[in-house]
Write a protein that binds this ligand. Structure first.
Ligand SMILES: Nc1ncnc2c1ncn2[C@@H]1O[C@H](COP(=O)(O)OP(=O)(O)OP(=O)(O)O)[C@@H](O)[C@H]1O
Length: 724
């Protein structure tokens, strides 16, 4: 029986249709699996990337900077023609600055950080958070930034005349463009910039690194300050003790009432003497010591702040109004630097021979001041004394003395314009003269702490020769201090002094060596060998920045022609938390670690002297006859005592300067350089003095050519009594 064909079921799918659906289903499944896989891989990659980046850097919150443009790396790369060397306008310790044309065809300065470390990242963020939030005609404008992976770039307004450093010390005729009027205007501009920071910002901002290379000049030579990497935002009432109280009894009371290692609460600001008021020297010394002790002991209690957590308000600043307000409020509040980093920096200026004022403090007094306290406390103080001297050495670092010795050595070279005097001496004499000092310094470098001490004694004797007679007592104290140091610390020094040894060994093995190390030895060796100087080896007339290391002239770079000694720069930034630049950093900052407005005032004082004199703050000359001029600050003090301050004015200006203005500036600088921060004028007063709206406070009696009659009568009375 023939089978009937089955009628085609309307619902049964045809086989070809089935296959198609299966294929589509398969494709969809595979592609979604692939997409999911890729997503997972992408996610994992980013997770890994961010984790590995986080290990090296501080988390970055790009939303915080105010009104700054965010550039992509490619854009900045194009703007600088792939960071072409011909576009380099300067080199700093942390990065290279390029000229670039961005977006609307305008010229910009683009700073690219060379390496990314915790320190550079911190400074980068500081710059963004602080400078990025400020607008003032006296500050370089930060326009934008770029953050991509480990690339960090900052975009600034372009300053055609670069930095004051180049204008003052650059080669060629650049310094001629800084006539007297321009120099005075620069001083006023820098003062106004600081006035804006200290009084025009709420909370106040402390710059922390005022120096010529951070003062940039626009096309009209108007000065603006830059580089806020080390800046701090001040928080009112965070510091406990009035560190510089004049009232010894009160300080001791406070001191006793506090645990040495505990918190120091409360503030006293009512003991501030009038500017220029003579202070009993004994009290001064002990107070300062107590202050340092207090700050040292309160170190542990330091709180860390994140800059981002603070609301920084800068407003259209009316200088007069602000200073008025400030006068009303007293503006004496002590604050504490705001930082996300611990700033434990006990670089001790007292030991650096450049400030003989500080060297004169008898530290045995500090230790004795513990006598009234409990034995434990006294022991703590003594221990503190040690820590204080050698905190910098805590991790096997070189001590500040080494830096200064290195610097002095590197400064002695014939490329210095100030060698004119030296040239007058016969070459033999010159070599002999230097070798006397240098041998001592070299020997000191040869690891022996005793030798270091001797070498410094030698240097100090040089200064001593030119000291007026009236300073005998001070020198006596200084010796006492030196002896105290020798007795107490030589053992410690010898243990911790291995760093230099290691560096020397590396150098001998042919490794890269910081330029300054032993450069003078190298130089004299070469001179002896080849009979003439080699300028390339000894043009190290840079400056030492605690965060950057040494900088020297680099013939290859355009602009600042400066760079950091690589090895040292890295070692310092990774192992120390020192801040500021040698010779510009205020002594109390080195001792206490608290960055206050008056630290900026001190740096401004040094800057004023540098601008007026056209000299670096530490400048050792060939002839020992002129050794007293090596240290700009002590030289200025000596000139003030002999009533001859105008001798300090840059010889290159000849007679073409305003004598009244020059003497005002020098006297003002001396006021700013007083060792007691509270005696220094505040920035509002400084601006008014410079503008001629206020009289200069009486010159500090210690610099006065005719000390107050009270002192005379006191000494006469003493003489009389001893004669009787
Ligand atoms: N906005 C700018 N316009 C023009 N030139 C600039 C600008 N910013 C920096 N420069 C030049 O680049 C140089 C290096 O500047 P940078 O801020 O990197 O380092 P520095 O302040 O000299 O050193 P450091 O950062 O170690 O203190 C300056 O000396 C200056 O010549």
């Amino acid at each position: 029986m023939p089978s009937r064909p089955l009628p085609p079921g309307p619902n049964l799918p045809r086989p070809s249709f089935l296959t198609k659906t299966r294929v589509i289903f398969l494709i969809l499944t595979i592609s979604s699996v692939v997409v999911i896989l890729f997503t997972i891989i992408y996610f994992l990659y980013h997770l890994w990337n961010s984790l590995s980046n986080r290990a090296r850097t501080i988390p970055f919150d790009s939303s915080a900077p105010l009104k700054l443009q965010r550039f992509c790396y490619k854009e900045l790369k194009n703007a600088t023609n792939d960071f072409d060397e011909s576009n380099i306008i300067g080199k700093g310790g942390s990065g290279t600055v390029f000229r670039g044309i961005v977006r609307d065809g305008k010229l910009f300065a683009i700073k690219r950080l060379d390496t990314l470390s915790l320190q550079t990242e911190r400074e980068f963020q500081n710059e963004l958070q602080i400078l990025g939030g400020l607008r003032s005609p006296f500050l370089v404008t930060l326009l934008g930034y770029c953050v991509e992976k480990n690339k960090r770039l900052l975009v600034y307004e372009y300053m055609p005349n670069k930095s004051l450093q180049e204008s003052l010390f650059g080669d060629g005729n650049s310094n001629l463009c800084l006539n007297w009027q321009r120099r005075f205007d620069v001083i006023l501009d820098v003062a106004k910039a600081l006035e804006f920071l200290h009084f025009g910002c709420d909370p106040p901002v402390i710059h922390g690194d005022i120096k010529p290379s951070n003062v940039l000049l626009d096309s009209d030579y108007k000065a603006k300050i830059s580089d806020f990497g080390l800046s701090r935002i001040k928080v009112e009432g965070e510091i406990g003790l009035d560190l510089f109280s004049q009232d010894l009894g009160k300080s001791q009371e406070l001191w006793k009432s506090q645990e040495l290692s505990g918190n120091l609460g409360g503030t006293t600001g009512d003991q501030t003497p009038a500017i220029g008021t003579p202070v009993d020297s004994n009290n001064t010394e002990v107070d300062f010591a107590l202050a340092l002790q207090a700050s040292s002991s309160s170190k542990n209690s330091k709180k860390c702040y994140n800059v981002k957590a603070l609301n920084l308000n800068s407003f259209n600043y009316n200088a007069n109004l602000a200073s008025e307000n400030d006068c009303k409020s007293g503006n004496n509040g002590k604050g504490k630097e705001v930082t996300s980093v611990d700033v434990g920096d006990d670089w001790n200026t007292k030991f650096v021979p450049y400030d003989d004022e500080f060297s004169s403090i008898d530290h045995s007094k500090e230790l004795n001041s513990g006598a009234n306290l409990g034995i434990d406390e006294a022991a703590n103080i003594k221990q503190w004394g040690k820590d204080w001297w050698w905190r910098q050495d805590g991790s096997g670092e070189l001590c500040s003395k080494d830096y200064v010795m290195e610097w002095i050595g590197s400064q002695i070279c014939p490329s210095n314009p100030d060698w004119d005097d030296g040239k007058k001496a016969t070459p033999e004499k010159l070599e002999l003269d230097n070798s006397v000092q240098l041998e001592k310094l070299e020997d000191a470098n040869e690891n022996e702490p005793q030798a270091q001490a001797l070498a410094f004694e030698g240097m100090e004797k040089g200064f001593e020769k030119t000291e007026p007679k009236g300073k005998k007592n001070r020198k006596k104290k200084h010796r006492k201090m030196q002896e105290w140091w020798k007795d107490d610390h030589l053992g410690e020094v010898s243990k911790k002094d291995s760093k230099l040894k290691q560096l020397k060994i590396r150098w001998k093995k042919g490794c890269k060596m910081p330029h300054f190390d032993l450069s003078r030895r190298f130089y004299f060796h070469r001179r002896k060998k080849f009979g003439e100087p080699n300028q390339d080896d000894c043009d190290a007339n840079g400056e030492f920045s605690f965060r950057r290391g040494w900088r020297r002239k680099n013939n290859n770079s355009i602009g600042s022609d400066m760079w950091s000694g690589d090895l040292f720069s890295r070692e310092l930034s990774s192992t120390t938390s020192m801040r500021g630049t040698l010779c510009y950093v205020a002594p109390e900052y080195g001792g206490c670690g608290y960055l206050m407005e008056k630290a900026d005032i001190y740096s401004l004082g040094v800057l004023i002297l540098v601008i007026v004199s056209g000299r670096r703050p530490l400048h050792v000359l060939a002839s020992p006859m002129r050794l007293e001029k090596a240290n700009l600050i002590s030289w200025c003090r000596q000139l003030a005592q002999s009533g001859n301050i105008l001798e300090l004015v840059d010889e290159r200006l000849k007679d073409e300067y305003n004598k009244e203005q020059a003497s005002l500036c020098i006297n003002l600088a001396l006021s700013c350089l007083q060792k007691m921060p509270e005696l220094r004028p505040d920035i509002g007063e400084i601006v008014r003095i410079l503008k001629g709206e206020m009289d200069l406070p009486p010159i500090p009696f210690e610099f006065s050519p005719s000390p107050p009659s009270k002192l005379f009568s006191r000494s006469r009375r003493k003489q009389k009594a001893s004669a009787e």
